[in-house]
Design a protein. Structure first.
Length: 426
C-alpha cells in the first residue's frame, strides 16, 4: 500500500499521529505547481493541508474562503440546545498558513474558467491553477418555496443548516419563544446534508424545552416516508426523554412558507402555524459548482471519478464533500468530506508528479448524534473502491449503529470532533 493510500484510510485522529512517519519521503517532482482550493469546510480545509503534506510542501496551495474561522456544522445542534457555545465549534484557519504554508485568501469565487484554468475572485483578483479542488458545500433550492422569496423571509424563517450567524439567530428565537409555544422543524426529501442531523436537532431543542419551557412542543414535519437515519435509536430517545414534547409527522412535503405568520404549507396536509418555524430546504451543490456546469446529476449534484474526485465534465477540476453525487450508502457528512479531502489530495499530488493516483481508496465514516446533553448514538460505515463498478461501495459487515445511547459515546463524540478539527486545521 502506498504511503498516501495508508494515511487516507486512517481515522481523523490517527492521520495526525501518522504524519511524522511520512516526513521527507516525498519526491520533489511537482515543485512549483499551483493548486487552488475553494471552500474551507471539512473537505476543502483537509485537502489544502494534505496537498502540502503529501507533496512535502513543494506544491503551492491557495485556499479561497470568505470566513476568518471554520465553524463546524457537526456539534452545532448542541448550541441550539444551550449545551455548547459558538466558541466551542469555531476553529481559526491561521495554522494552515503558519504551520503548512497554505495561502488563505478571504474572498468568494465569482467564476471559474476551466479552459484557461483560472479562478476569478469577487474582489476582482484572479488566481491561476494547475489543479482546482472545489469544496463548495451545499446551497438551498429556494425556488421550491415561493414564499421564501419575499423580502425578509429568510431572515425570519431560518434554516441554520450552515453553522454560523443563523445558529445564533435560531437559538435567540428559541429563547424568545413563550413557554407553551411550538417549534416546527421541516425536513426535506433526501438526499440532504447530514441525514441524522434534523432528528438530533429535534432532541436538542426538546432538551432545552424540557428544562426551560416545559409546556412547549417540538413538531417534526418530515418530507420523507420515515426517519432516514438511526430510526430505532431516535424513537427510543424520544420515548424515554421527550414523551409529550416531540411530535413526529412523516410524509409532510413542504411546498411553501408564509414567513409573516410562520405558517408551513404542505402538499397533502393541512397548514401549520408555529411559534418558531425552522425550515431546512431541499439542497443542491454550492452555487459556484452549478454555475460552472459541474452539477450534472439532476442539475443538483456533481458527478466525479471516485479515484481522483475529478469532475466527469471538466478536466483538472476536482469536487469534494456534500456537493457530489454520492456513491451507494455514502452519507453527506463532515467525516466523509474529510476522507474525500485526503483521497483527493493524494490523487492530485500524484497527478502533478506525473504518477498514477492511488488505486485502492478506502475510508471510514462515523456520524454521532446527541440525544441528550450527554448521551450520544452513532452510525458508522467503511467504504472501498470497486474497480468493476467504478464507485465506492460499503464493505459488507462493516460499521453499524449503537446498541443504545450512552454518556461514553458522548465522550467519544467530542473526542472525534476535536481530533478531526485538528486533522483539518492544526
Amino acid at each position: 500500500m502506498q504511503r498516501r493510500q495508508f494515511v487516507q484510510t486512517l481515522g481523523a485522529g490517527s492521520a495526525v499521529a501518522g504524519l511524522g512517519l511520512m516526513s521527507g519521503c516525498a519526491t520533489s517532482a511537482g515543485r512549483g505547481a499551483k493548486v487552488v482550493v475553494v471552500g474551507g469546510g471539512y473537505g476543502g480545509a483537509t485537502a489544502a493541508k494534505y496537498v502540502r503534506l503529501f507533496s512535502d510542501h513543494n506544491i503551492e496551495v491557495t485556499l479561497v474562503e470568505p470566513n476568518a474561522n471554520f465553524i463546524s456544522c457537526p456539534i452545532s445542534n448542541m448550541v441550539l440546545g444551550g449545551h455548547k457555545t459558538m466558541a466551542d465549534i469555531t476553529v481559526p484557519y491561521e495554522n494552515l498558513s503558519k504551520r503548512h504554508g497554505v495561502k488563505v485568501v478571504r474572498d468568494m469565487v465569482a467564476s471559474i474558467d476551466p479552459e484557461k484554468r483560472t479562478v476569478k475572485l469577487a474582489s476582482g483578483g484572479e488566481l491561476a491553477y494547475d489543479r482546482l479542488i472545489l469544496s463548495p458545500g451545499i446551497d438551498f433550492m429556494w425556488d421550491t418555496l415561493p414564499g421564501m422569496a419575499k423580502a425578509g423571509a429568510t431572515d425570519k424563517v431560518l434554516h441554520a443548516w450552515k453553522a454560523g450567524p443563523q445558529t445564533v439567530a435560531l437559538r435567540q428565537q428559541l429563547e424568545a419563544l413563550p413557554d407553551g409555544g411550538v417549534y416546527a422543524l421541516s425536513i426535506p426529501l433526501a438526499p440532504y446534508r447530514c441525514p441524522p442531523g434534523p432528528y438530533e436537532r429535534a432532541c436538542m431543542v426538546a432538551s432545552y424545552f424540557k428544562k426551560a419551557k416545559p409546556k412547549s412542543k417540538v413538531v417534526i414535519f418530515d418530507g420523507n416516508n420515515d426517519i432516514t437515519s438511526k430510526k430505532g435509536l431516535f424513537m427510543k430517545a424520544w420515548d424515554e426523554h421527550y414523551k409529550g414534547i416531540i411530535d413526529y409527522r412523516p410524509k409532510h412535503k413542504l411546498v411553501d412558507v408564509d414567513a409573516a405568520t410562520n405558517t408551513l404549507k404542505f402538499e397533502f396536509n393541512d397548514d401549520f402555524k408555529a411559534g418558531v418555524a425552522n425550515v431546512i430546504p431541499a439542497q443542491r451543490a454550492g452555487e459556484i459548482a452549478v454555475k460552472t456546469g459541474l452539477a450534472t446529476a439532476n442539475a443538483r449534484w456533481c458527478e466525479v471519478d471516485f479515484l481522483t474526485f475529478e469532475s466527469k465534465v471538466a478536466k483538472n477540476i476536482h469536487v469534494l464533500g456534500d456537493a457530489i453525487q454520492i456513491a451507494p450508502a455514502m452519507p453527506k457528512s463532515g467525516h466523509m468530506a474529510n476522507q474525500h479531502g485526503k483521497t483527493c489530495a493524494a490523487a492530485v499530488v500524484s497527478l502533478l508528479q506525473g504518477k498514477e493516483p492511488p488505486s485502492l481508496p478506502l475510508y471510514a465514516n462515523t456520524c454521532y448524534s446527541f440525544v441528550t446533553a450527554t448521551d450520544v448514538v452513532h452510525v458508522a460505515s467503511v467504504h472501498k473502491y470497486d474497480a468493476a463498478q467504478k464507485t465506492m461501495l460499503a464493505v459488507p459487515g462493516s460499521g453499524g449503529v449503537s446498541s443504545a445511547a450512552s454518556a461514553l459515546e458522548g465522550a467519544y463524540a467530542m473526542a472525534w470532533a476535536n481530533n478531526i478539527w485538528a486533522d483539518m486545521l492544526a
